[in-house]
Structures are given as C-alpha cells and as structure tokens.
Write a protein that binds this ligand. Structure first.
Ligand SMILES: [Zn+2]
Length: 417
C-alpha cells in the first residue's frame, strides 16, 4: 500500500514537473515571438509594429533593425533630444511603435511612449527630414479619501497600509507630517488619521497615483492638518488650516522612520567616554550605509573628520541655522566644502566612525551658534502665503473640507478634479 502511494505521488510529481516544463517552454516561445516578431497591426494600407525596449537595447540598434539608415538614426536622436528631452531609452518601460505605409515600405512614423501620459510622434516628411511632436494623453484625476487608526504596537506605516493607502503616498505623507511631529513621541495607539490623494485614470483604467491633496493626523500635541495649494505665482506648497507654510526649512528627522536612540539633553553619561556631558544632538539608529539626506537647503561649510564626530558634514542654511551630521561611514560623491545642497539631497552614509558604539546618525541643529533640540525647536516655513493668496487658500480649504466631510460619510466615493 505504502509503495503504491509512493508511486502515485512520484507519478503526480513527474506530471507536475512535465506540465511546468511545457508551460515554461510555451512562455519562453511566446516571449521569443513577441520579442523578435513584434505584434502587427493593420489599418487600411499602413501597418505598424510595437517594440518594448528590453535591457541592453539602444535606440540606434532598434532603429537600424527597422531598416532605417545611419543618417536617419542620427537625425532622430537629435530631434528626440531637442524637442522631447529624450536622450536614452529605459528597458521594460519605454515602447516604440513603427508605422509603415505598406509591408515593404520604409518606416514613415515612429511613436515613442515614455510615460502613460505622453506620446512622442516622429514623422518623416517628403524631403526625408524627421519632425517631432509631443501629444499629452488626457487623464481623469480623482481625489480619494482613506482613513486609518494606529493600533497597539503599530507604526504609522503599517496603519496606513491597512487603510489601503499606497506605499508611495504613505512615504510622501510621512515626509510632510515629519515637519510638524515626531513619530517617536507623538504617535500612540488610538490616534486617527486620513489622507486625500489623487488617482489618475485613463479610459476608465487606473494608471498611477498623483499628489497628496490633504492630510490630517491626531498627534499627541494636537491635530496636524495640511493642504496642498497652488499660489498665484504657479508654485505649489503645503499649508496648515490657517494658511501657514507647513514645509519647514529644516527636517527634524533627516532619515525617515529611524528610531531615536538618544535624545538631546543638557546632561547625559557618554556611552564611550563614561563621564557625564551634554548630548548636543539626537541619535537615530541607522545601519551602516543608510543614505543621509540634508535636512534643508544650504551650503556645506565642513566635510571633515575629528575624533569625536568621526566623518561629519556641517551645512549652513539660510537664516541663522546650521546642521551637523556625524559618524558617517563615507561622504556622498560631489559633496565638498562650498557645495550647495538642496533639502533631501544625499550628503553621506551612516556609519560608526569617531566616538560611537554602533552605526547611527548623530544630528545637531545649531541656531545662532547655540545647540538646540531638533525635536522641539521652532523652524521657519519655506514659503508663506501673501495676504491675497491666504484669502484664496481659506476659500479653497473650505470647499475641500466640505468635500472631505462628504467622503467621510461615503468613503468609497471620490471627488472629480
Ligand atoms: Zn549623538
């Protein structure tokens, strides 16, 4: 009996393996067919073939394979760069469509599809010159509302995922909220939050996510709420419910989601030196190699090594602020004394150089020459609203709030934008 059962299992296994082998070879054959004989489409006399750019493909190779001359290749590369800003192809993302007037005719039109929202059409005129035209695809944008709650032992990220908020949107929301709150100390179970963000559709099909339009979080120190708003000069930013700039010139936590292992204090026992002295910054746990972004825009005024800080970078920001990043394993390429950096630009990588017990980022904010607590210091906003814009913002916010109230009652609906 046992043997029979064994045989049955082996036979089944062989069958499964064979079926898988057949399936895999079918997939392989299919891939070969689609890769080498692109799909053909006919409309009246013209015929077209679509090629998805594969890894290692170059524009010139793909064009030459379609029978275009080296001259054509040069000219197409030139107009693509000049008129469409395309200088290279991205594997598995970009698509090329070649159109001919008949089976054996030369290519008369090439459509490059670099994004679901843009098509670049290249056409060859009678003189043999190539012209380039960009066509924007119409998108239907909807604002959707998702809400969640922090549970015991939860992180904001987990709670956000449970609420159905896409990862990319969550990262943006985290970045925004981190200007106003400290995810270490301000987050407790039972807190509620919501996000209003864009989803882009084309022909009724969801293609991607757009901007975060509004966000609200019941933080320990009060409700944090922000709205995206376009100023009359055309620039967009985030503002609190009263129209004050929500994006600050410096970030309290340069590395997202990093755990604080030591807080700012006037007195603490140093883990390496043993005696008591002030801790002039905040320590964030970060594995060696974690990229360290600049907390704000500014100019690098030190990129050096000393026994305490190890490899460190110091940045002077507009106004009276400076920031310092210590114990780096290495500096980012191109970051030197005198380099201007933007907020979020990687300046180095976490490590454990200098007086340090393990890989972490030691981060300091210095205001008017005095070390301040990065978690509590009042930081200036990057952009504020003019009197006129503020008035417009308050009106806009009221309309948006009304929409949000409706979505709270019917969370499966959306706002057509
Ligand atoms: Zn430290």
């Amino acid at each position: 009996m046992k043997k029979a059962k064994d045989i049955i299992t082996t036979t089944n296994l062989t069958r499964i393996v064979m079926a898988l082998a057949i399936l895999l070879s079918l997939i392989a054959i299919f891939l070969v067919i689609t890769r080498h004989t692109p799909s053909q489409m006919r409309t009246q006399n013209t015929c077209s073939s679509v090629v998805v750019v594969a890894s290692g493909d170059t524009l010139s190779e793909l064009l030459l394979a379609q029978g275009l001359t080296h001259n054509d290749v040069n000219e197409i590369s030139k107009v693509l760069k000049k008129d469409a800003g395309i200088s290279g192809l991205r594997a598995e993302r970009d698509k090329l469509e070649f159109v001919r007037n008949g089976d054996n005719s030369p290519v008369s039109k090439i459509v490059v599809v670099p994004s679901p929202w843009r098509q670049v059409e290249l056409t060859c005129d009678d003189s043999g010159a190539w012209n380039c035209q960009t066509v924007d695809i119409e998108r239907d944008t909807r604002a959707v509302w998702r809400s969640g709650e922090i549970l015991d032992g939860d992180s904001f990220y987990l709670a956000g995922q449970r609420a159905g908020i896409p990862a990319g949107i969550l990262i943006e929301v985290y970045d925004l909220l981190a200007f106003e709150m400290d995810f270490e100390r301000d987050v407790r179970s039972g807190q509620k939050f919501w996000v209003l963000y864009e989803e882009n559709f084309s022909d009724g099909k969801k293609i991607d996510n757009g901007n975060v339009l509004a966000v609200s979080f019941q933080a320990l120190r009060g409700n944090v709420q922000m709205y995206r708003f376009k100023k009359s000069d055309g620039t967009t930013g985030y503002y609190d419910e009263n129209g004050n700039g929500a994006i600050k010139s410096l970030k309290r936590t340069p590395i997202n989601n990093a755990k604080i292992t030591s807080n700012f204090s006037k007195k603490r026992k140093h883990p390496v030196l043993g005696f008591t002295r002030a801790h002039k910054g905040v320590d964030f746990r970060a594995p060696t190699g974690t990229p360290i972004p600049a907390a704000g825009a500014g100019r690098v005024i030190a990129r050096s090594y000393n026994r305490g800080h190890g490899n460190f970078v110091k940045i002077r920001h507009n106004g009276s602020f400076e920031t310092l990043y210590a114990h780096m394993s290495r500096f980012a390429k191109g970051v030197n004394v005198g380099t201007n950096v933007r907020q979020g630009q990687i300046i180095g990588y976490a490590g454990s150089t200098g007086y340090s017990t393990g890989p972490h980022l030691h981060y300091e904010i210095i205001k008017d020459g005095v070390h301040v607590n990065p978690m509590t210091v009042k930081l200036p906003a990057i952009s504020n609203l003019s009197k006129e814009d503020k008035k417009k913002f308050i009106e806009y916010r009221k309309v948006l709030d009304d929409g949000i109230e409706k979505l709270k009652q019917h969370p499966s609906l959306y706002i057509q934008l």
